[in-house]
Design a protein around this ligand. Structure first.
Ligand code: AMP
Length: 310
């Protein structure tokens, strides 16, 4: 039995299925979570399928969460998508179900789940979920196709990043056959409020770039208050330094309300996930997140980034 068949068997076996994903969700986290929910409901309409986690306001246009009660976990199948490690799972009740499945595309730093499907060659968790449905002749609704397409577009940077494979494009092509307004959706994903445009100008203006293409910028709480921005809203500018031809790898140091820094690391070629792992984080080889607890640690992270490019 393949791992997909094993997962399908478990979905058939349970009447209640609760789907989790990572904290601070992005379109892939929400798209794979809600897309899987839609697929299960389209094929097994009698099941109770719930999506749980914080409702991220800036992504409310994509999907919204269900209200999940503690009792729902009794005899439930819990599926966790797009989340490499347990501390990052949104809604800590994930351990309260009867059976647990992990479906992810990040390096497998923390093995968990009674079944674990980790495919680091997939561009996104949404690609894996779409592959699961398409390769097992499961019914896909238009809204499931929309959600999964959004997840793939989000995690590939609109088919820009190297994780975009022939398989990614083939799956995206299948999803585009369904009836949803992809142009409006992709435009929405590529748009940001005027205040974020101002932040983008700030980032370009204050970016420090060394001779080897290591770049950094710090966004303080004062700055975010001035521009009236939340941490989630800053995600729209994380890719911006990469548009500069001389930039190879970069760190965006975002001060959090408690004083520590969320460090968003990106690279065009050189792997930077080991740097993230050294500083309370992890992620993909070219897109990782770290946490820094002092200005000195910010300096250390930038030095490590500079050294990686020498
Ligand atoms: P971000 O900069 O938050 O968009 O994160 C980029 C990538 O790194 C995503 O794939 C995250 O899942 C991963 N990541 C971010 N923060 C962490 C963390 N603290 N621990 C492990 N992985 C992380």
């Amino acid at each position: 039995m393949t791992i997909f068949e094993h997962i399908l068997e478990k979905i058939k076996e349970y009447d209640t299925i609760i789907i989790h994903r990572h904290m601070k969700p992005d379109p892939d986290a929400l798209g794979s979570q809600a897309g899987l929910k839609e697929i299960i409901l389209a094929n097994f309409p009698d099941k109770k399928v719930l999506a749980t986690g914080f409702d991220e306001p800036s992504l409310a246009w994509l999907t919204q969460m269900d209200s999940v009660q503690d009792e729902d976990y009794q005899s439930a199948l819990v599926i966790i998508v797009d989340t490499a490690n347990r501390p990052r799972i949104d809604d800590k009740r994930y351990g309260q179900g009867a059976f647990q499945i992990k479906i992810d595309h990040h390096p497998d730093e923390d093995q968990y789940g009674d079944i674990s499907l980790v495919d680091t060659s997939a561009s996104s968790a949404s690609e894996i979920i779409a592959d699961f449905a398409l390769s097992h002749q499961l019914k896909l609704s238009d809204s499931a196709a929309r959600l999964l397409y959004a997840g793939i577009v989000g995690d590939t940077g609109r088919f820009l990043y190297p994780a975009t494979s022939a398989k990614t494009l083939a799956i995206a092509s299948e999803l585009r056959k369904y009836d949803f307004d992809f142009a409006t959706m992709v435009r929405q994903m590529d748009s940001f409020p005027y205040k974020v445009a101002k932040l983008q100008a700030y980032v370009f203006d204050h970016l420090e770039i060394d001779a080897h293409g290591a770049a950094r910028v710090t966004l303080t709480q004062d700055l975010m208050k001035k521009y009236e921005l939340t941490d989630a809203e800053t995600s729209a500018i994380v890719g911006s330094p990469g548009k500069i031809d001389s930039v190879e790898a970069w760190g965006i140091f975002v001060e959090q309300p408690d004083g520590h820094y969320r460090v968003r690391l990106r690279s065009k070629r050189v792997f930077i996930n080991e740097i993230a792992k050294n500083h309370h984080g992890g992620g993909h080889p070219l897109a990782s997140g770290a946490n820094s607890y002092s200005l000195d640690e910010n300096e250390d992270i930038y030095k490590e980034l500079q050294e990686a490019l020498i």
